[in-house]
Design a protein around this ligand. Sequence first.
Ligand code: PRX
Length: 584
Amino acid sequence: MVEKSTELIHGQVVRKDPARLRLTPNLQDFEGLRKTFKWSDADKMVEWFPGGKINAAYNCIDRHAKGKRKDKIALIYDDGEGNAQTFTFGQLQVLTNKFANVMKKFNIKRQDRVFFFLSRSPELYAGFVGAIKYGAIASPMFPAFGPDAIRDRLLDSGAVCLVTDSALKKRVYEVKSQLPELKHIIIVGKDVAENEISWEKEMADASDEFDATPMDPEEFSYMLYTSGTTGKPKGVVHAHKDIVQMHLSTYWVLDVHEEDVYWCTADLGWVTGVVYGCLGPWSNGVTQVGLGGRFDPERWYKTIQTHKITIWYTAPTAVRMLMAKGDDLPMKYDLSSLRALYSVGEPLNPEGVKWAMDVFDVKPFHDTWWQTETGSILITNFPEMDIKPGSMGKPLPGVEAAIVDEAGNILEQGEEGSLVLRPGWPSMMRQIWKNPAKYNEYFRNGWYYTGDTAQIDKDGYFWYVGRADDVIKTAGERVGPFEVESALIEHPAVAEAGVIGKPDELRGNIIKAFIVLSPGFSESPQLKEDIQKFVKTRLAGHAYPREVEIVKTLPKTRSGKIMRRMLRAKELGLPIGDTSTLED
Ligand code: PRX
């Protein structure tokens, strides 16, 4: 097949010529649609049960399995070691039905919380989607979580059932005694203790037949914990109705077509993995690839080549890591199947957009912006749209975004302020679990506050500036300084800790901890390493401080709150700003 050149760089703008794209984009006349589109138009893209009921999982699997896509491959699971397994929509229907029947057998109630602590595997997809089909609230946890992160999530959510495997369960048992509501532990693998449930046995015994539970559109489908500035991670809860926007955004933005082979690199423990590495693409009936194992440039290029991936959704840190490996490596692989590239999670440098054009035969990365809370892509670059490298693009039809000042006044183009959205899109979070006060904090002056700062240019393109709060984005993952500080002070040598994000060329930011030592401890490289390892194993592999600096005191307000802003200013050599609330 001769690859067509799809885009050309003209000056600073990547101009698109829709006539030269390999496939006609699903979204055409973006500007026109922005004026006429109503969310009720999108409701028609998914299937509803009588009486206005819906089930997100039914839309992802059953409606295809009952129709012409029954024998179409839904999932290519590649374990990263050269072994691939395929599952058709028909086969996934059976697996998800079986898991729903397992839920029934163990008397899991509608809207009970069912958690998954599994590496990416066919079982994770089948269990997660099966739990949603049953009517439980499903939640996958990132496999790099340590015991503290696991406890915080299971405890706060009151999870009654956990699916894990023989290797990961050890970390759960370290905190199991603190989880009185956790009744059932289902184990994938051979090492099943007497008080545990065997996935293999129960799935083998379970019936293939299950009718997806008709849910009220506002009933919950999945929840994910995410970080804010203060407090422990918060449970962001999403509803079955989200599937409407997951479907539409996958169709419009990721532009999936019947013949595509789609690959989202995100783990299901993060919202990108749930929405665009599972539910959104399947709602569209597309074949998707799930890759096990760790990030590895060669393995990634090989995955594209082997499975002839056409659409690839990844993250800027991965792009930068691939760039750092040099251009000779991708040249060794046949990557000509690719037709569209996307990225999310942190700012995508213009160099990344342009590098992709050199390496992937003039195909740029399309930046997309959204959050765990927004439930799907809201600001983005579409296939038919010219790209300004470095810009997040424009709001989806149906989405109103603006930049406002402190008082909520809409700012002019070119002015920096808070990025806000008009509430009302279908995939918006429905609550913060058991914490209405935290939920309400997001809303002011009729707007939803994203916590990001940004600006808009004269052509209506949005440009990310930074976070308005202390949330750290490291390698695209969202980490709250409070969680890291809490983990740090559990170490006996740490008396006080303040944590900030420090800009880093590769990872966007790294986590830096400033520590006051407890009496009797003195600074040494071994101690710093020990502290780092402690956070890594207790909290999470990605959330430990790569830099630790021992200090005598931390800047605090008179009420004793650590002023991270001052730590950051000092670290980056920035003006210290208002110090009137400083302790001394
Ligand atoms: O700061 C923004 C950043 O990631 C935050 C949301 O993080 P999370 O809930 O983990 O979801 C990430 C994946 C959906 C945002 O508030 N962010 C996300 N996308 C972009 C981004 N920053 C810059 N450019 C983006 N495209």
